[in-house]
Design a protein around this ligand. Structure first.
Ligand code: PLP
Length: 755
């Protein structure tokens, strides 16, 4: 198998955008350098420019089969969508009868440009029709019965030819039959952005009124698009001005874009252009990628059927791995993929997969691989090889486990923090005794924990909840049954038979984890069963406290709520003072929640921003006043943030701390001036194992940051954090600065922008 060299990127995100093909880029460049005339000028330069534009239009009409319809050049599909919607709704408005109610219909899986533009123009034009999403079934097909019922009353219906997240195509002729049977006049727009070059379009043979397209989805540059308008369909210019495009769309035309489109259209119209691969081969490419995924991740689930989707898209989820994790992994392997829609990369789940009724985890973990007709066999082979390498790298980090696969494993030791939304699970590993404890296990990561324990050959000494959780179901039982040596425990998982340890003059129940002690202190308040767990070790004659797992009592920026049936704020007041007497101001508090990415805290860090906590610690507030204040605070709890129940009254998030932003130049200058500067690579180990960037300095993945903090109490040492994009390094640097590290910086833009 011939594959590409390991540094070259394999771009599998064509549905977001494509590179400009060299031939198209050369044509665009020529119009910028030599054929740069204005198509409206009547001199020779202008005439040459106009010819480029006329050629592009003529070819576009052929590619679209637009017959007597017109093709107008735009800045992209979003503008084409505005043009179609404005034209349709403005015309529909003049035909509306008073007293009648109207609807506007759009497919539930439509690109956001469509529903958002519908809402916008419905308001601006004061149409006030009811905008309704047409449901789709599990396969992503539009509900034709819904359309049949609703379309008689509709002013406009918007559907899409091919979906950008799943590649699912609609049967446009079935759709047309249903629409026209029930409403011959309704304006129909079909978003054809993802269909160009992937399916044949004979638009004039249909009753589609408007069809927007975009150049950058098919190897053209960004900033050029076009919209088809059926002959006699109403038209209102979206941009008025100098009268270009026959007055239909003003503004000097994008000549470089048009020159590039000319080349793309030539390729689409030619029967023997070798730059574009035929459909049969594209199907083979998808099959090849799918089988590499199945081989590497046997549990992979595809989120759409390959039968009703174009061959250039695969959308899948891998159980136990979030989209973000998979994207980071593939990015490290130099394969560019996307999660959900790239246009809204902050969104953590896919509304398209939600609309198809897929389980939440599939929507939250969705990864899309997409390519275009210029894809080559060598790129597909390389992609498959890298997918297999990526899976192996996860195995080495013990995130996947195949007992037959003997590969070198990173030995885990110390504290690991897992997060699901704002909730935390803590795993403590003692590598010497091969034992581990888990605190506050979340169901979402049970499989991951089991894999790690198996892979690292660890025995689970105990799995304990810090209280009966109200916001989520604990998975303690399932883990305990699977892994802990049979032992009798109380309902929170604390072993019935245990030893005792004296802390601060009092005897508390204790179990051993290797050479360390895990001590249980009852700290009721948030709930009556709340406990705090103190992990400590013998140091000289004293006990050294490593970590305090305080559940929902002291949260970062807040105190746990005390308005549950078994809560008592009076008890919480007492519990805070008791715990403080045992652990002091500087022990690391590992709470059950981390709503703001702060990882860990200390009582002194909390007292700086939480006056109520400071008053309790300093004994400055009578219990009755604390109770009254707590009632006030708990009233303000936003019961649910997204799907999470908040467990603490929000008091104050931390003010952003100053951390130094470095770029590669300032970082290298700073390092040559300061010999004690430590670089910390904050990526997961599998990322740099795969990566083609070397690992710098120490590796401390985010899940191990608290362990690092515990081991590095010298807060004056200069630290610089680095990751792939600068996002994780910034979060971690902020957390360190908040905990009093005085000299923290990070590489802004990460490796991605500083290579
Ligand atoms: N419609 C679909 C289906 C798309 O995939 C996109 C881009 O992601 C758009 C519309 C918007 O296109 P443009 O970026 O050209 O405005």
């Amino acid at each position: 198998m011939n594959t590409q060299n390991s540094l070259s990127q394999i771009y599998l995100d064509a549905n977001a955008t494509t590179p400009v093909l060299p031939k198209a880029a050369a044509a665009a460049l020529a119009t910028m350098e030599t054929m740069f005339g204005n198509p409206s000028s009547s001199h020779i330069s202008g005439l040459q420019a106009k010819q480029i534009m006329d050629n592009a239009r003529e070819k576009a009409q052929k590619v679209l089969g637009s017959g007597n319809g017109s093709v107008i050049f735009t800045s992209g599909a979003t503008e084409g969508i505005q043009t179609g919607i404005l034209s349709a709704l403005y015309s529909a408005k003049s035909q509306m009868e008073t007293g009648k109610t109207y609807t506007i219909l759009y497919g539930a899986t439509e690109h956001k440009a469509v529903p958002e533009s519908l809402k916008h123009w419905n308001t601006i034009l004061e149409i006030n029709a009811q905008i309704k999403a047409i449901p789709v079934n599990r396969d992503g097909d539009l509900d034709l019965e819904f359309i049949a019922n609703e379309v008689p009353n509709a002013l406009m219906i918007c559907t899409m030819a091919v979906n950008n997240e799943t590649g699912v195509f609609q049967n446009l002729s079935h759709l047309e039959q249903v629409i026209r049977k029930h409403n011959t006049n309704v304006y129909w727009m079909v978003d054809c952005v993802q269909a160009l070059g992937k399916t044949t379009l004979e638009l004039a043979n249909t009753s589609i009124d408007y069809a927007p397209f975009s150049g950058h989805k098919l190897y053209g540059p960004k900033g050029i698009g076009f919209v088809y308008i059926r002959e006699n369909a109403p038209f209102t210019p979206f941009i008025a001005g100098g009268g270009q495009e026959g007055g239909l769309r003003s503004g000097t035309e994008n000549l470089p874009g048009l020159a590039a489109l000319n080349i793309i259209f030539d390729m689409l119209l030619s029967n023997n252009d070798e730059s574009f691969t035929d459909v049969v081969q594209l199907h083979k490419f998808r099959e090849q990628l799918a089988s590499a995924l199945k081989k590497s991740f046997p549990e992979v689930v595809f989120n759409h059927s390959f039968k009703n989707s174009v061959p250039t898209t695969l959308n899948f989820a891998i159980p136990g791995f979030s989209s973000k994790e998979m994207m980071d992994l593939f990015d490290a392997a130099n394969i560019r993929v996307s999660s959900g829609s790239a246009c809204s990369s902050k969104v953590t789940r896919s509304f398209v997969l939600d609309a198809m009724g897929l389980p939440a985890w599939q929507s939250e973990s969705a990864i899309r691989m997409s390519f275009g007709p210029a894809m080559t066999q060598i790129q597909i082979d390389t992609a498959c090889e890298r997918i297999i390498q990526s899976a192996k790298a996860l195995g080495r980090s013990c995130l996947t486990f195949d007992s037959n696969q003997i590969s070198p494993k990173e030995n885990l030791n110390g504290l690991v923090q897992f997060k699901v939304g704002g909730s935390c699970t803590w795993l403590y590993v003692d590598q010497t005794s091969k034992s581990a404890i888990i605190i506050d296990p979340l169901a979402e990561i049970t499989e991951r924990l089991s894999t790690i324990l198996n892979c690292q050959n660890l025995t689970l000494t105990a799995v304990i909840d810090t209280h009966g959780h109200a916001d989520h179901v604990s998975d303690r039982g399932r883990l305990a049954d699977k892994l802990t040596p049979i032992q009798e425990t109380d309902p929170l998982g604390w072993p019935i038979s245990c030893n005792y340890k004296v802390l601060n003059g009092h005897r508390y129940p204790m179990i051993k984890v290797g050479e360390k002690y895990l001590v249980k202190v009852a700290t009721p308040g948030h709930t009556d069963d709340s406990i705090s767990l103190i992990l400590c070790s013998e140091a000289d004659t004293e006990l050294k406290i490593d970590y305090v797992f305080c559940g929902d009592m002291i949260l970062m920026g807040s105190l746990g709520r005390t308005n549950f049936a078994t809560s008592s704020s009076e008890h919480m007041h007492h519990s805070i003072q008791l715990l403080h007497n045992i652990i002091g101001n500087e022990s690391l508090l590992c709470a059950s929640h981390d709503y703001n990415n702060e990882f860990v805290t200390t009582i002194s860090a909390e007292m700086d921003r939480n006056t109520l906590l400071a008053q309790v610690i300093n004994n400055d507030i009578p219990v009755t006043d604390f109770v009254a204040q707590k009632v006030g605070l708990d009233k303000n709890i936003n019961d649910e943030v997204g799907s999470e129940i908040m467990c603490g009254a929000f008091i104050k998030s931390c003010n952003k701390k100053k951390v130094t932003d470095y770029n590669s130049q300032t970082l290298s200058d700073a390092m040559s001036q300061s010999s004690d500067m430590t670089l910390i690579d904050i990526r997961e180990p599998h990322e740099y194992v795969l990566g083609h960037d070397q690992q710098f300095g120490l590796n401390v993945p985010l899940t191990r940051l608290v362990d690092f903090i515990s081991a590095h109490q010298d807060k004056s040492e200069p630290l610089v954090l680095v990751c792939r994009s600068g996002s994780r390094s910034h979060i971690a640097a902020q957390a360190l600065a908040r905990l009093g590290y005085k000299n923290v910086g990070h590489l802004k833009g990460g490796y991605a922008l500083n290579n």
